[in-house]
Design a protein around this ligand. Structure first.
Ligand code: GDP
Length: 358
């Protein structure tokens, strides 16, 4: 019989590094995930070992509760859960938006709100309310106010039900729960049952359930090492990288995505990625050789992205200003006289073409 992790109780295995319970050697006591949390307090590690979403949804559906769904505004597309209402039949859902501080300050609340409502309508996702949090990492008056507002929303919407917090991995769910429960036992530590199961946090007269971060097999983040996650996940407000182009051009975002643009006049490309991600611009005709010669060097971090293992998405220009979102990574916003757009990403990574957010 196999051994179990002393931290979270999963069965230990040393065959699949990307799966739950992985240990480098089978005599380990803790799975790699719990080991890292215990030793390095590694909060982003859960990206690589998300929980299969169906299991989480069936657990949520067993409880009579209102759902607070946490969504990262920067990683908006990879935080969305397709067919959410069908997955949670009969459940009221409140959407909570996080990491507003990563977007430019000039982006107004009204613009964020209409962007989010339009995207939800396009995805046919119905929520009862949308709440926007300020930067929760700063001990600011706005952050305190966001949490107070969230508490009021819980009281208002829950009626006599319990409350469930859910969302994709890395959206900021634990941060919110920790702030909501500052005087209670926290869920980010790795005690038996934590994060791999629903964790009850008993409140005055009801229970908040924390759920495991849902895995997202279509996000770049799921496949990166911890070191590379630190490069790719932004921690400061995004500084847009603006380019005017007059001829066919190619843009490499590290070694993780490549945008090729054919123009019929003047166009503009704005890149929204973490400040630590370098963007390389060059002539389209040189793009293949640049990619092949510099992948894993100048174009880092990268996945196993030789041109053979990449998938190409094609699009024409739609509307005046269009975002090309590489799930979990960032996006390019394009406008002007564009003839044709193609995006190369590692197979399995999703790309969304949407009306510009900013
Ligand atoms: P979880 O996986 O959904 O539980 O997410 P965490 O709460 O562990 O947060 C994931 C990462 O996002 C951590 O590095 C947090 O420090 C960061 N984070 C959480 N809230 C915010 C926020 O409001 N602004 C920014 N910039 N980062 C945040």
């Amino acid at each position: 019989m196999g051994a179990y992790c002393k931290g979270c109780g999963v069965m230990l295995q040393n065959e699949r590094k990307d799966q739950i319970g992985y240990v480098p050697t089978l005599d380990a006591i803790y799975c790699q995930r719990c080991f890292k949390i215990r030793n390095y307090g590694d909060v982003v590690f859960s990206m690589q070992q998300g929980i299969e979403s169906n299991k989480t949804f069936s657990k949520i559906n067993e409880i009579d509760a209102i759902v607070f769904w946490i969504v990262d505004l920067f990683a908006f597309e990879s935080s969305l859960i397709p067919k959410l209402n069908q997955k949670l039949p009969g459940k009221d859902i409140i959407m909570v938006l996080t990491k507003r501080d990563l977007l430019p300050k000039t982006l107004s609340i009204e613009k964020i709100s209409s962007f989010v409502q339009e995207r939800l309508a396009q995805e046919n996702i119905k929520v009862k309310d949308i709440l926007l949090c300020s930067d929760l990492l700063k001990q600011s008056a706005e952050a305190i106010q966001s949490i107070e507002f969230l508490e009021q929303a819980i009281d208002y919407y829950r009626q006599d039900k319990d409350v469930i917090f859910m969302g994709m991995a890395n959206v900021g769910k634990s941060t919110i729960l920790n702030l909501l429960n500052q005087n209670k036992v926290l869920t980010t530590s790795c005690n038996p049952g934590t994060t791999l199961d629903l964790i009850p946090i008993v409140q005055d007269g009801y229970t908040i359930y924390d759920t495991p971060g849902i895995e997202n097999g279509h996000s770049v983040l799921t496949y990166l090492s911890n070191k590379d996650l630190k490069t790719v996940i932004p921690v400061k407000t995004i500084r847009p990288f603006v380019s005017q182009i007059f001829e066919d051009q190619s843009f490499a975002a590290a070694g993780l995505a490549r945008l090729d643009i054919k123009v019929k006049g003047k166009a503009s490309v704005v890149a929204y990625f973490s400040r630590s991600v370098s963007i390389h611009r060059g002539k389209l005709e040189n793009a293949d050789s640049l990619w092949q010669n510099h992948l894993n060097g100048m174009l880092s971090p990268c996945l196993d992205t030789s041109l053979l293992t990449m998938h190409t998405y094609h699009s024409k220009m739609k509307g005046d200003k269009m975002d090309i979102v590489i799930h979990g990574f960032g996006w390019f916003c394009v406008s002007g006289a564009i003839e044709e757009i193609s995006v190369k990403v590692h197979k399995g990574i999703y790309v969304t073409f949407r009306k510009a957010m900013i």
